[in-house]
Each structure stands twice: as C-alpha cells, then as structure tokens.
Design a protein around this ligand. Structure first.
Ligand code: ADP
Ligand code: MG
Length: 307
C-alpha cells in the first residue's frame, strides 16, 4: 500500500490542505487496518475517491485509538469499522465484543425474576459454591439443572434447603436460577416474608389474584426464607396452599429455603397461626404438598455473614 499512501500525500499537497491536517491524515493512512482495507478494496477506489474519503479514514483511526486508550467515544459500546459504500469509504459502528457480552448478560439476568432478594445472588454461580461439607447439596443442585435443561416438561423434584442463618441457602438458590437462565430458562425467586407483605397490601386494590396466578405458574419457583415470619390462616391456606396445590397438580419444579427443618416448619410455622391458634390438619395438608414438590437437604457450614 506504499503507493497509495505516497500518491495520496501528493494529492493532499495539490489540494492545499493545511499542513497539520495533512500530517494527521497521513498518519491515519499508515494504520495497519486501514492499509489492509485499502489493499482489499483497491480495485474500487480511485485517487479522487480516496481523497474524498480521507476524513472518514481519519475518523476511523481516531475513534479506534480512543477506544484502545479507554477514552470516551462518540457511540459508547460500539466500535468503528471501515466499509465501502458506492466507491466511498465510510465508517460503520458495530457493537463491540464487550457490548455484545453485556447484552447477553442482561438477557440472562432478565430470566431471573425476583422479589426482594439480596443483590449478591445476581452473581451467584454454582462453580463458585464453596463445597466444604456441602458436596451432596451442590451435586443435587447440579443434577437438577442438568435434568431440567434436558427435559423441562418432565417433573423433577426441587430442593428444600434447611440450615441456619448465613450458611449459603439463598446463594445456592440464586446459583441454580442463574444456571437455568444461562440455558435460557426462567425462574422466580421470592423472599417469602416480603411476598407475604406485598400480597396483603394488594388486597385493597384487588391485585392478590393476579399475583397468585403469576407466582403459581412460574416455570421454576423458589420460595426463600419460608418460616421467617408469622403466617395467617389466609396466607397459609389461600395463598401458599393455592400456589403449592397448583404446582403439585402441574408438576412444576419448586424450591424452598428455611431456617427450619420440614418437621419444625410443619409443627411450628404451619400449625400455629398468627393468632396463636393450632391448626395441625391444615399444616399437614400444606406439608404434604411441600414434601411432594421438594426433597429436604441440610446445608451446613459457618455463618458467612460474620466473616
Ligand atoms: P442464608 O440464605 O443461608 O442465610 P446466604 O445465601 O445469604 O445465607 O449467604 C450468606 C452470605 O455468604 C452472602 O453474602 C452470600 O453471598 C455469601 N455466600 C454464601 N455461600 C457462598 C459461597 N458458596 N461462596 C461465596 N459466597 C457465599
Ligand atoms: Mg437466606
């Protein structure tokens, strides 16, 4: 491409362009990518056309250099590309690899629908899960993802994660949801005590039914921190009971996390309502659904929130 460059310089002089500008343009034409582009398209570019395209080549090289230095560019996220349009060179802006990657990441995240879940779960990955004594529960989580992506219509029992505060139950639920999202599947994670408050608030504007409908039909549902609040009979039977009944009938994967074991959940949380009345039969009905939907796992470990 030496020739094109030299001839081009001559043209610049003839046209009496300012010296500084000539220098800038010359530098732009010395760029490797520009040289290659000119070489590939030399049949289609005459000298006068090259001259008319000079500012575009300059634009291309300038933006490219700014990007390399991490400086601000006219269209953030896009990178310049030389294209030929009707014998003239133009600069097209195409999405950069980073933009494509961040769009893909956004798309993945948009498949995890959550209510009042800690921000940290957005980044939770099964591959980052610290195994130490939790091999069984991690393997079960991995198996679930594997089985679900193989055939999402087949019923797969979810997990009931039981364990004390801070051992990583919520993290594991997040990691499963993110694993599914990467494969294109949606899931819904609800911090159950917050959901209970929201649904109570929705009574006044008649929104409870819609909320129950959307939650009960979630392809994969995760109820986090079940048992952390006090339940009214209405929440237990007409909200939780309805949701779980539907999921059992439709065989939709459902997960739970709780500080309580299944037995404690039944005997305490589900039996004694917020007025202190004991309703063991009602509690048993709910627990049957939970047992059908999920297998109990104990998550052990240190309280990670203290370190
Ligand atoms: P739990 O729901 O059992 O109370 P969390 O899932 O909220 O516990 O975990 C407590 C803290 O430890 C959170 O900040 C979480 O992001 C972090 N954490 C939990 N498990 C892991 C892990 N395996 N690797 C890294 N961080 C973790
Ligand atoms: Mg939690």
């Amino acid at each position: 491409m030496k020739n094109v460059g030299d001839e081009f310089s001559q043209q610049l002089k003839k046209n009496n362009w300012a010296k500084d500008y000539q220098q800038l343009i010359r530098e732009a034409f010395a760029d490797q990518e520009v040289k290659q582009f000119l070489n590939e398209n030399k049949e289609q570019l005459s000298k006068s056309e090259l001259l008319r395209s000079a500012s575009k080549v300059y634009e291309f090289v300038t933006v490219k250099k700014r990007l390399e230095k991490g400086e601000e560019v006219p269209v953030p996220g896009y990178k310049p590309k030389l294209v030929l349009n009707n014998h003239l060179i133009e600069v097209a802006y195409v999405p950069s690899e980073q933009l494509l990657a961040s769009k893909k990441q956004q798309e993945i995240r948009s498949r995890v629908h959550s209510l009042n879940m800690p921000k940290a779960i957005k980044a939770a990955q099964l591959s980052d899960y610290d195994l130490n004594g939790r091999e069984e529960v991690a393997a079960a989580a991995g198996n679930f993802i594997e089985e679900y992506i193989t055939d999402p219509r087949k019923f797969i029992q979810g997990m009931y994660l039981q364990g004390s505060f801070g051992v990583g139950k919520t993290f594991l639920l997040g990691a499963i949801a993110n694993g599914l999202a990467e494969e294109g599947f949606h899931s819904t994670l609800l911090h159950f005590p917050s959901f209970a408050v929201e649904i109570k608030n929705a009574i006044s504007d008649g929104g409870t039914l819609t909320m129950i409908e959307s939650v009960k039909k979630a392809p994969v549902l995760m109820l986090d921190d079940l048992g952390a609040d006090q339940l009214s009979s209405w929440l237990r039977d007409d909200v939780l009971g309805v949701i779980l009944q539907y999921r059992m009938q439709e065989e939709l994967p459902t997960f739970f996390s709780s500080n309580l074991s299944m037995k404690e959940l039944q005997d305490q949380y589900l039996t004694i309502n917020n007025r202190g009345e004991a309703e063991p039969l009602k509690a048993r009905r709910i627990m049957e659904r939970i047992r059908f939907l999920a297998k109990e796992y104990t998550v052990i470990g240190r309280n990670r929130r203290l370190s």
